[in-house]
Design a binder for this molecule. Structure first.
Ligand code: KG4
Length: 339
């Protein structure tokens, strides 16, 4: 039997809708919000307003691209959290209305859970490799940095996580200090390619077990620049590539160090990356090198499925549909992490 799922993602600043036929993606439509650029970060109220403008056209496009009508959809899945409350409310309310109008089940999806299950998205007429259970997933985005032990589609355990900022936040905030536009992560990555990773040293955290901390690095970066700028007002301009390369290599080392420790202790050799920061070339290269040394099998999803997208919500919705894990119309979004 073929199951068609419509999924909605609106947790932060991208409005996305996707249609799946079983595990296969038929469409994945996304409206990005450029309105936040001039503010150097996502402005929650502007994000909610833009979701409100975008949601109907984005869903319409997803259905059209998939060649599917609203009455072909068997269930609607939506991101319930974590995320920005105003943004989540738009997607949640839309999904409820769609479910009610079409008399179909409603499926709530945890955004982080969806990032992990993005590894199971299948493309039409293509074989895609996916990790075998149990595997470890390093989930690194603008809002989260976690090591997740994935036992099966529905059972995941966070074995380590950041106690303060996320890795993406560290990239973005340090980039902002250097005067780079938001989001700075991709630009740091680009400039780092021309720089020396050992040019400068920044603070490395000491936190327990498999947890992360990035706020000390951010402060260390800020104070380092403040001191150097006193001596040379052009310091950033003259050293931008080296600064980016050193910053990136510090973040990557911190991430991989704990991942290696977790994989060793839990005796797991299937390792996956997820979240927006998995686009980082330093992280990808570092992981590949570590994989050769440790004999790991690694998985990195297609770029379109690493940043916020509804396809990952749809695949999660599909597995929840099979488990008949539905929610009622009174399901309210949650802004904080509940894994
Ligand atoms: O997963 P995502 O799209 O959104 C969240 O749910 O947070 O991740 C966005 C984050 C931003 O912090 C962005 O700077 C970072 O991912 N990012 C990168 C790269 N591409 C995106 N960071 C470093 N290098 C990249 N190439």
């Amino acid at each position: 039997m073929n199951i068609h799922i419509l999924a909605i993602e609106s947790s932060c600043d991208d409005t996305s809708a996707s249609v799946f036929k079983n595990e296969v993606v038929l469409s994945n439509s996304i409206a990005n919000q450029n309105v936040h650029r001039e503010y150097g970060g996502v402005v929650p109220e502007l994000a909610s307003r833009a979701h409100q403008q975008n949601i109907v056209p984005v869903v319409h496009k997803a259905l059209k691209d998939a060649g599917v009508n609203a009455d072909d959809i068997d269930a609607v899945a939506f991101t319930r959290g974590p995320g920005l409350m105003g943004s989540l409310l738009v997607g949640t309310s839309f999904a409820k209305g769609f479910a009610l109008a079409n008399n179909i089940p409603l499926i709530d999806v945890n955004h982080l859970h969806a990032h992990v299950l993005a590894h199971f998205i299948k493309e039409p007429d293509q074989e895609t490799a996916h990790p075998e259970f149990p595997f470890l997933c390093l989930l690194v985005s603008g809002g989260n940095s976690q090591i997740v032990l994935v036992k099966d589609y529905m059972h995941m355990q966070v074995v380590g996580q950041t106690i303060d900022d996320a890795a993406g936040e560290a990239f973005d905030k340090c980039a902002k200090v250097m005067g780079l536009p938001y989001p700075g992560g991709p630009l740091v990555d680009k400039l780092a390619k021309e720089g020396k990773p050992n040019a400068f040293e920044f603070a490395r955290p000491r936190v327990k077990d498999y947890d992360y901390s990035f706020s000390g690095l951010k402060t260390s970066f800020l104070y380092f620049l403040r001191d150097r700028l006193k001596e040379n007002p052009n310091f950033i301009e003259e050293n931008k590539n080296d600064l980016c390369a050193s910053l990136q290599s510090t973040i990557v080392d911190i991430l991989l160090d704990k991942l290696e420790k977790a994989a060793d202790d839990l005796n797991i050799s299937q390792i996956a990356l997820a979240g927006g920061v998995s686009a980082n070339s330093g992280l990808r290269d570092g992981l590949q090198k570590m994989a050769v040394r440790k004999k790991w099998i690694t998985f990195i999803p297609k770029f379109a499925y690493t940043t916020d997208n509804a396809a990952m919500v749809a695949i999660t919705g599909y597995y929840k549909f099979l488990a008949k894990d539905f929610v009622e119309q009174d399901a309210a979004p949650y802004s904080r992490v509940v894994f």
